[in-house]
Design a protein around this ligand. Structure first.
Ligand SMILES: C[S@@+](CC[C@H](N)C(=O)[O-])C[C@H]1O[C@@H](n2cnc3c(N)ncnc32)[C@H](O)[C@@H]1O
Length: 335
């Protein structure tokens, strides 16, 4: 299989099922932890507050990520979509590498290669999951994958902490599925650094490491200057990365412009709309996640209260809202 193409259909479904299982198991354990000792009405309030808070994202604002069940609700609503988005961006890099004649990145290696990913505003580690999917494609295509280390930064530690719990569940789910041998190998190639607050110094990629800098849906009107500052520090530590990419909602794409130390002509800007060939199908269900969420809403009487659970309509699928992406690939190396 061509590594620029998406996964074989059977592998994509098995990978999607593993992410679904990991999301549901993480959500269940996290909800039990956060609401231990609470009665039904208090649980309902906590969930309702988190629903209202995450709805702010639809208005282009940041929710209070540090608060109660907000990271959990983020995971339920957005994690699969964001993984799919970053996966498609990474796959795009492979296509662009060919079109632009640039060295894409270093996901694959002829032997002994290392890749360092610096993820600014990492949230629940969507980029790390997506790198695993893209690495699995490369392995299926007969390529060797670099040893990947991911330095994730977020100014709300509860988001990567939850992502890390999900990563552990994901590893277990992948291990159990014989259809996912390539993903098992990919996951083993990924080393996640300890998470640091956004203000911590950014690591410098070593001489023998390729480097990506990413910022996926981290930029909002109300945190623009903070994220700019974080990205400026990431680029200052790594002024010559092999690749950089960032995404945001399409209507906010102007926020991404002017970021990064390179001439603007070196950035490709494209909408990430419906690239079916390089992503998990939009309508493939997150069956276990959706079931868990529906059962919880039933148990707490939220379905009756909200009618159809409208706050999470569109959750439980891999489809993302209209996103824009900027991609930089270091010029100069022919492939
Ligand atoms: C919408 S979430 C996206 C998370 C993840 N990249 C994804 O695609 O799922 C935005 C994340 O950016 C983080 N964030 C906001 N401002 C930040 C800053 N100045 N530095 C680092 N992280 C920031 C938030 O805490 C949140 O976890």
């Amino acid at each position: 299989m061509d590594p620029a193409n998406g996964m074989a259909a059977a592998t994509a479904k098995a990978a999607a099922n593993a992410i679904d299982a990991a999301t549901a198991a993480t959500a269940e354990a996290e909800f039990a932890r956060l609401t231990a000792g609470l009665g039904s009405s208090a649980k309902q309030d906590v969930v309702q507050r988190a629903i209202d808070e995450t709805l702010k994202l639809r208005a282009g604002k940041q929710p209070a990520y540090h608060s109660e069940c907000v990271p959990l609700l983020y995971l339920l609503q957005y994690q699969a979509k964001q993984i799919n988005l970053v996966y498609s961006v990474i796959k795009r890099m492979t296509l662009y590498r060919r079109a632009l004649g640039r060295n894409a990145c270093g996901l694959t290696t002829s032997g002994g290669g290392r890749l360092r990913i610096i993820d600014v505003g990492c949230g629940a580690l969507a980029t790390q999951f997506a790198a695993a999917l893209a690495a699995a494609d490369a392995i299926e295509a007969g390529e060797r994958v670099a040893a990947i280390s991911v330095a994730s930064r977020d100014n709300n530690p509860s988001m990567p902490a939850l992502g890390w719990k999900m990563w552990k569940e994901f590893k277990l789910a992948v291990k159990d599925d014989s259809a996912l041998a390539s993903l098992q190998e990919a996951v083993e190639r990924i080393h996640a650094d300890c998470f640091e607050r956004a203000s911590a110094p950014f690591p410098e990629a070593r001489q023998d490491e390729d480097c990506w800098i990413s910022a996926i849906h981290a930029l909002y009107d109300d945190n623009k200057s903070d994220v700019r500052d974080s990205l400026a520090r990431a680029f200052a530590a790594n002024p010559d990365p092999d690749a950089a990419f960032m995404t945001t909602h399409n209507s906010k794409k102007s926020l991404m412009r002017g970021l990064g130390p390179f001439d603007k002509r070196l950035w490709a800007e494209f909408p990430q709309k419906y690239e079916h060939s390089v992503r998990i199908p939009d309508d493939y269900p997150l069956r276990r996640t959706s079931e868990w969420w529906r059962d919880l809403q039933k148990e707490l009487g939220l379905l009756e209260k909200r009618g159809d659970g409208a706050a999470l309509q569109g959750a439980g699928y891999w489809r993302w809202a209209d996103a824009a992406c900027r991609l930089y690939l270091r010029p100069g190396k022919n492939v």
